[in-house]
Design a protein around this ligand. Structure first.
Ligand code: NAD
Ligand code: MG
Length: 400
């Protein structure tokens, strides 16, 4: 591959920071072309200075002013672009070869889709984009010759365990010889918490993941296992796999990142430290393996690997996700949107942890009877997303 010019969408987040860490290890083969962030603008200015980014995208004119205030030089100020259209345009910039899509939530969908439509190598961390618009996104990848590399650790593991020939972008049928995908889940911080205590858990407890360090929204999703539900939907789209051939397995050590089960009885697994720099380096280096900065895994120190069935009573959000996938795309859009609203309200102290599932379920129920458009364009998806958000917001107020 030629020297990669990389656009990191969501550079100040957990995935964004890890991406910059890996890029900095390979100055001969890759450079940062553009960075973007929604908040932590001072950190964005530091990143732009350290990486010599040519372009920086911020959400508003006031963020632009903050960036300029925080800029310490030396060297010219990067070109500053403002707003969500600038974000999508930068992802499609002709000088960009590779886009890391690491914005959190459906807010990252337009820019991720723009990267796919302009035929980039797309490193996809933003799972909400696939949940809300899987069909649309995968078609954009196929029709525009984009290269799609899953960064979510489970999907990256599955990608690594797939038959070599099937690694082409955006399959339309399941890979030959594959029987099932086995998605591992840690079970999060509340895997063994007595159920009676769950209504009183705090945002900080929910965000204290036992194995991974991540942004707050995905940390709460991991606690409720809605994250695993989103990942089931993500796997369905990425690997063209029917829902009944995707199984979730609880694996508390988070060392086996997921598995592919074959017709002949073989199961291939990818194993490694729970450190996102491994899947990020895989995506950046593909098809080669490059240094990620992750230390080796001492298997003998691990001792044991456990696997359990998921408990749908403890994790109702997982059941809701399977139901949404069976029900169709409108339900998946609503599931994701309602969850984003509910998690936000939980993090702000407006609703309890155990009310998250109720808000999602009620929102899905209310939207079920409504008629939905085809969802064949980005605008259709965004309109339905907005409708679900407004219903979920109302439901959160009822709870609060
Ligand atoms: P984070 O909250 O740490 O960072 C999110 C980034 O997106 C920040 O740079 C933020 O400024 C930006 N952002 C937030 N809202 C925005 C908006 N409305 N418009 C534009 N930019 C916005 O999140 P994260 O943990 O890095 O996760 C990023 C994505 O990757 C999520 O979709 C998450 O599900 C996925 N993911 C994360 C991990 C992980 O280990 N953190 C693992 C797998 C998948
Ligand atoms: Mg994951």
């Amino acid at each position: 591959m030629t020297h990669q010019q990389i656009c990191v969408l969501g550079s100040t987040g957990s995935i964004g920071e890890n991406t910059l860490d890996v890029i900095a290890r390979h100055p001969d083969t890759m450079s940062v072309y553009a960075l973007s962030a929604h908040s932590r603008i001072e950190r964005l200015a530091e990143q732009a200075l350290a990486t010599r980014a040519k372009v920086v995208v911020v959400p508003s004119d006031s963020a632009r002013s903050r960036f300029l205030l925080a800029w310490t030089g030396p060297g010219p100020v990067p070109e500053l672009r403002v707003g969500s259209q600038a974000l999508a345009d930068t992802a499609a910039d002709p000088l960009v070869t590779t886009v890391m899509a690491a914005i959190v939530g459906a807010a990252g969908l337009p820019a991720a889709l723009s990267a796919a439509k302009s035929g980039k190598r797309v490193l996809l961390a933003n799972k909400e984009a696939l949940v809300a618009a899987g069909g649309l996104f995968m078609r954009a990848v196929r029709e525009n010759g984009a290269e799609l590399l899953p960064i979510d650790s489970e999907h990256n593991a599955i990608f690594q365990c797939m038959p070599q020939g099937s690694r082409a972008a955006a399959p339309t049928t399941p890979a030959k010889g594959v029987r099932r995908l086995l998605l591992t889940a840690s079970g999060g911080p509340f895997r063994t918490t007595p159920l009676a205590q769950l209504p009183d858990v705090t945002p900080d407890q929910a965000c204290a993941h036992p194995n991974w360090s991540m942004g707050r929204k995905i940390s709460v999703d991991s606690a409720t296992m809605l994250n695993k539900g989103l990942e089931v939907i993500e796997a369905h789209w990425l690997f063209a796999m029917p829902v009944n051939q995707i199984q979730v397995v609880v694996h508390p050590q988070s060392m086996v990142h997921s598995m592919v089960e074959y017709e002949d009885g073989s199961i291939l697994a990818q194993i490694g430290q729970p450190d996102m720099r491994t899947p990020i380096a895989y995506g950046l280096g593909f098809p080669e393996r490059i240094n990620s900065g992750v230390g080796l895994l001492a298997l003998t120190a691990l001792g044991r690997l456990d696997f359990e069935e998921p408990d749908f009573d403890r994790f109702p959000c997982l059941r809701l996700s399977f139901d949404a996938l069976r029900s169709g795309q409108a339900a998946c859009v609503a599931l994701n949107a309602a969850n984003e609203v509910a998690v936000d309200c939980f993090l702000n102290g407006q609703i309890r942890y155990t009310e998250i599932a109720g808000v999602i379920e009620d929102c899905l129920d209310r939207m079920e009877g409504m008629s939905h458009p085809e969802l064949s364009t980005l605008d259709d998806v965004l309109a339905l997303d907005a409708q679900a958000r407004s219903i979920a917001t109302g439901l959160c107020h009822l709870q609060g």
